[in-house]
Ligand binder design. Structure first.
Ligand code: ATP
Ligand code: MG
Length: 330
């Protein structure tokens, strides 16, 4: 039997990452315009935005690569302005552009970077091999990086940034240019890291990626935060769920239409697909409608609730889809 010390509130742990009114100006242009957010330890923040939104600039300020024009950030409790060395000691970064040395092999890159971190040779060989294996690079480990595919480079890049087991990891578009299989493999690796307690901030233009990985999402556009919340909260902002019913027989469309209309929603009919769609408040509406359909003996092929995708959210928030601006690197 376990006895708990009663009513002792746990101390809220300080955020692993804090952005505080970050601003970055380049001449006349304001790349980042007053961005603030916090990331609790052991969670994933997705920084989402189209090309030029200010994602990389925000990450560069938080990782001491560039100084904010104003504002500041803290990583693992250390301020980027007053304690940049401590910040660097507690973080890893995988940049948008691969930073591994092309002329070295995968293993040589690991040895070089690990050496810079001061990791002892034995240990380095062991974790180097582990990481190569984790990222399916064991066979390629002794080939020069020049001969790697884009996906292999990204994986090596990530492996290298994990050498020092940093508690906080920044990833700038980690899966850009990866094929779907490599992408989902990388997601698995990232989930594993988070399960071990790593705090992750990743930037992405892929809404699905944020949806898959992030506990919280900050959407930026033109240097400003335009929305934030959990993936679910953001989806709810974009509108209500839809109840979608496919009837087995076209003749049932009309009576089914009448039943759906009982929820008070407007019902749309797609005759060719034998499908009816109505906005719904959630599971309760679906359960009521399912009951009515059963009681009236209408055959149903499919019934479900569909929430707006993050793509819909993005469109609602910014007035444009992410693909609109995807000319870079295409
Ligand atoms: N060194 C720089 N000098 C001048 N302008 C810059 C510099 N770095 C970024 N910018 C500008 O700041 C804005 C934000 O750029 P940033 O690279 O942060 O966007 P991003 O969200 O990372 O975009 P992408 O999805 O294309 O990587 C852009 O308009 C960019 O042109
Ligand atoms: Mg960028």
């Amino acid at each position: 039997m376990s006895v708990r010390a009663d009513t002792v509130e746990p101390m809220p742990s300080p955020p692993a990452i804090e952005a505080i009114e970050l601003v970055k100006r380049y001449g006349q242009e304001t790349a980042v315009d007053g961005v603030s957010f916090t990331v609790p330890p052991g969670t994933v923040l997705g920084l989402l935005g189209p090309n030029g939104a200010g994602k990389t600039t925000t990450v560069r300020m938080m990782t001491t690569l560039t100084e904010p024009t104003s504002g500041t950030a803290r990583v693992a409790g250390y301020d980027v302005l007053t304690d940049p060395d401590q910040v660097r000691r507690h973080m890893g970064l995988t940049g948008q552009v691969a930073t591994v040395d092309e002329l070295l092999t995968g293993r040589e890159n690991i040895r070089m970077i690990g050496g810079l971190y001061g990791i002892r040779r034995n240990h380095l060989n062991r974790i180097g091999d582990q990481l190569l294996q984790q990222f399916s690079l064991t066979d390629a480990g002794d080939r020069v990086v020049k001969s790697y595919s884009g996906g292999m480079r990204r994986r090596l890049d990530l492996a290298v940034s994990l050498l020092a087991s940093p508690p906080v990891l920044f990833l700038d578009e980690p899966t850009t240019g990866l094929d779907p299989r490599s992408r989902s493999e990388l997601w698995d690796v990232l989930r594993g890291l988070v399960a071990q307690g790593t705090t992750l901030l990743l930037t992405t233009q892929y809404l699905e990626e944020a949806d898959q990985l992030a506990d919280n999402i900050v959407v930026i556009d033109r240097g400003r935060i335009i929305a934030q919340g959990s993936p679910l909260e953001l989806k709810q902002q974009a509108g209500r769920a839809s109840l979608v019913v496919t009837v087995a027989d076209v003749a049932d469309l009309e009576p089914a239409h009448a039943l759906l209309a009982r929820t008070g929603a407007e019902v749309f009919t797609d005759t060719a697909a034998r499908r009816l769609t109505a906005s719904a408040d959630g599971l309760d509406d679906m359960i009521s409608v399912a009951g009515w359909l059963r009681d009236s003996g209408i055959g149903v092929d499919d019934i479900g609730l569909s929430r707006p995708s993050l793509d819909d959210v993005f469109l609602t928030l910014t007035g444009h889809r992410t693909e609109d601006s995807e000319e870079v690197g295409a």
